[in-house]
Design a protein around this ligand. Sequence first.
Ligand code: HAM
Length: 407
Amino acid sequence: MINALRGMKDITFEESQRFTYIIKTAIEVSKRYGYSYIETPLLEETKLFKRSVGESSDIVGKEMYQFIDKGNNDVCLRPEGTAGVVRAYVQTKLDRRPRKDRFYYYGAMFRYEKPQKGRLREFHQFGCESFGESSVYEDFEIILMIRDIFDRLGIGYKLQINSLGCSSCMPTYRDNLVSFLDNIKDELCSDCNRRVETNPIRVLDCKNEKCQSMLEKSPKLINNLCDECSSDFDTLKSLLDSAKLEYEVDTNLVRGLDYYNKSAFEFVSDNIGSQSAIAGGGRYDKLVEYLDGKPTPAVGFALGIERILELVEMPIDSRDGVYIGAMVDGITDRLFEIASSIRKTTKAKIEYDKKSLKAHLKNSDKINAKYCIVVGEDELKDNKIWVKNLDNKEQQIISLNEFLVEV
Ligand code: HAM
């Protein structure tokens, strides 16, 4: 037997209904905020992610599905969606004209991580990217949009925010942090020691308890922001306060991708175990430039669909559609005729095998149909159908046309 690869899974039946329900809900909300759909390839040049997500990040350093294709190109399966959207934005020259563009996307992402609950090697994201708006109001709007999605899905969450500063305040802070880290280097884990050299900010994010306790006294970027970053962060906090959206400032929230500046945020859930981030994002004002576009401010986020799947319950559906069953053999043509008339307005499912009325009613209930139609010898002879409305339990023998009028 051939199984799916480790860390990859099939999504079927009831789970696939919840999966599409999450995406459908996120699309509906993002369209209301003016986002339009963008589809980008699953496979991109490896250098796209090296330049955007960052060579020192775990995602690029350890987790890429990277290979040389038959044309000798160094390619990889996308580990996230932002880089591809920015590439498309620059490639189609959208950066050359003064307009604001907002895109949403969803699909599979690939990271060669150690699989565990909530952490897959192939997982799905729904994401949004907004280009051309530097105002912190856009960051706020993006956070509001995620709240709207989660509220509609009936999911509880905690919001964590931080500011990662900008090219004027971050470098000085980084130097201060490195001096601090150099003094406690011997106490830090090997990962942190490596990161001091490659990407010192990520040390703040270490999950090792000893490292975290050593970092308690570390300089905090939030206390060293330049005037503009500080004022933007204050505005964001007061906007969240006025929207009554609770948040926690987490000075160690640095995100695992290198392209962020200013606002960074994560939505976490207490109900899905250690992989608790259900959405993450922030501002990335330099990325369009890094990918050879014109300077364009940008902000975005992505939701992790599999993690949200754990939290979502499907709304109880009202009964819908028609079940059509045979009570005698050899009436397939008649059942087809009934189904194709009904399918012009609503959905219809045919059961070809002859069954008892009780079995047909049970089947209709299983698929949550609103009507159960059966055809037996009498109905066939009189050119009628037997119908039961499973909502109000009324049953009648009528012509197909009479039924179509009722539906
Ligand atoms: P990210 O935080 O790496 O951000 O991923 C976003 C979400 O994807 C996470 O919060 C989590 O729910 C889900 N996720 C990540 N890795 C896995 C995994 N191995 N298994 C299951 N779910 C996972 C980004 O990817 C950025 N591109 C978000 C963004 C868009 N920032 C700006 N624009």
